[in-house]
Design a protein around this ligand. Sequence first.
Ligand code: AHR
Length: 624
Amino acid sequence: AKIVLQPQASKPISDMLMGVFFEDINYAADGGLYAELIQNRGFEYHPADKKYNDKAWTSTHAWSVRGEGASLQVDSVQPLHGNNPRYAMFTTESSRAALINTGFDGIVVKKGEAYNFSMFSRQIAKAGGKLEVRLVSEKQGLLAKATIALPSSEWRSLKTTLTASADASDVRLELQPLQAGSYGFDMVSLFPQKTFKGRKNGLRPDLAKTIADLHPRFIRFPGGCVAHGDGIDNIYKWKNTIGPLETRVPDRNLWNYHQSMGLGYFEYFQFCEDVGAEPVPVLAAGVPCQNSSHGGGGQQGGIPMSEMGKYVQDILDLVEYANGGVNTTWGKKRAEAGHPKPFNLKYIGIGNEDLITEVFRERFEMIYHALRKAHPEITIIGTAGPFFEGTDYVEGWKIASELDIPVIDEHYYQSPGWFINNQNFYDKYDRSKSKVYLGEYAASLPGKVRTNLETALAEAAYLTSLERNGDIVHMTSYAPLLAKEGHTQWNPDLVYFTNTEIKPTVGYYVQQLYGQHAGDRYIPATITLSEQAENIRKRIAYSAVRDSKSNDLIIKMVNILPVSVNAELDLAGLKLGKKISRTVLSGDPAGTTAKPQTIDDVILEKNTLELQPYSLTVLRFSNK
Ligand code: AHR
């Protein structure tokens, strides 16, 4: 193949193209990115967290009692806080009984590392006394213990630090009062001191780093369907997720589990700042999933119009929370949480894949106009609605054009063949209209193994077309991002994990290479192949970008053929750095273990290189 770059025809493209979309799906938050080790710490799990009310999923989930004559009941009389109405009433007739939590499939501890234990307690019968707090491994026995004094009849916060004497992944937390009595326990927490960037109430470092290593320019959160919920009462409310943990309002996760809200809006903003990504919160457009209202008791299809004023105000308040001065109502709350400086919020998504109906439109318009008027500095991202092949989001784009919405969010999950064949998808988009945020996409296969090198290369080829269309495609994010093994509701995902392991897919490395090697100017090229057949043409994809900060030139080439292809690059007219690095991701197309290999200081004989069969090659010309 001969690839002739045309620097004279270069054009600016978005420097925000590569981002991530975090959704609390597949236990991505509690039991995942959020570092809390105790499951159901607030005793707020409820049968209604599960679709069709699972009677086995109760407020004592993950908790058990050891010892004769001891019992655990969940009570709500005189609670710690009205938003967190339930607590454990643990009663023991001896000093030998314990209340036990097994975490999320066991608690993982590391030798020599410290864990902050905290909880609220009040004595219900008999005052005073002591509590032994222990970390016990199923196989290795006692790994840490501390004794703390129990308070009297008022709720008090108790704290201690436990240091593990060995590595273990089968640990349980034991709470053993050293005398008979009846005790109220709530918000029982075990938090590793080591969190991502050392943040209080922070994130699991290995998972957070895996996300940071993608070099995301933005993070969309807290989800797609999670953001709009599956009924009015299930719409994600950001105000319920900030402030002291015991005052946050937990909720059912529509993916059939529970959201503690420990990972809330403050933590999302902090994470974005910590990884240098723009925060992109997405809020419901006043309608839940499929514009349903089940459980909400309101007007069919959306938040009743009589309540929309308050809903709109909540969205305006979010801007104040993120960006307002410390003397504003909501900016003050941000400062109290430990961040007096603004988070510099620039984007807000309104709506997620909603059916574009009158019910949607009425509410969307109300939010859109109010937000635009109050905060013209915020870029609003609207939704194109669900993807129906062939319709190209007609209704969503109609509204986008009428209202002049700056950016529109499109989603599609397709086969690798679809991505290979549709690399011209955005070539035809009208440049005078809204820009695109491809907020969710993934190539997947039917069957058990949903992704492999072939799907990853289909995405890599498609990404060359997204760079080519980076003048109209402003942002992109693969979806979903995280999935805990054994708790996965959606396949495929970009990164699988357990309590101890991180398992990035091959597609992860494609995202990472595009994130690490992004540019802000696109340089078109022509390609001449010895074999001009159209089906072969689509299997050789390429894009060239320049990063104006480093002035590096980056060329990405994808070969989805079973044979190697010789590529001859014509780089005439381009200022080139002297150092060339070459990164190749290749292997068995059905394989799931390929990882990129980089060679620095490559010498390109006559600007020619071999593109290996089934490969993505990234060439970077730099002066560093
Ligand atoms: O990414 C998983 C789900 O797919 C999202 O929650 C939703 O927006 C889409 O339907």
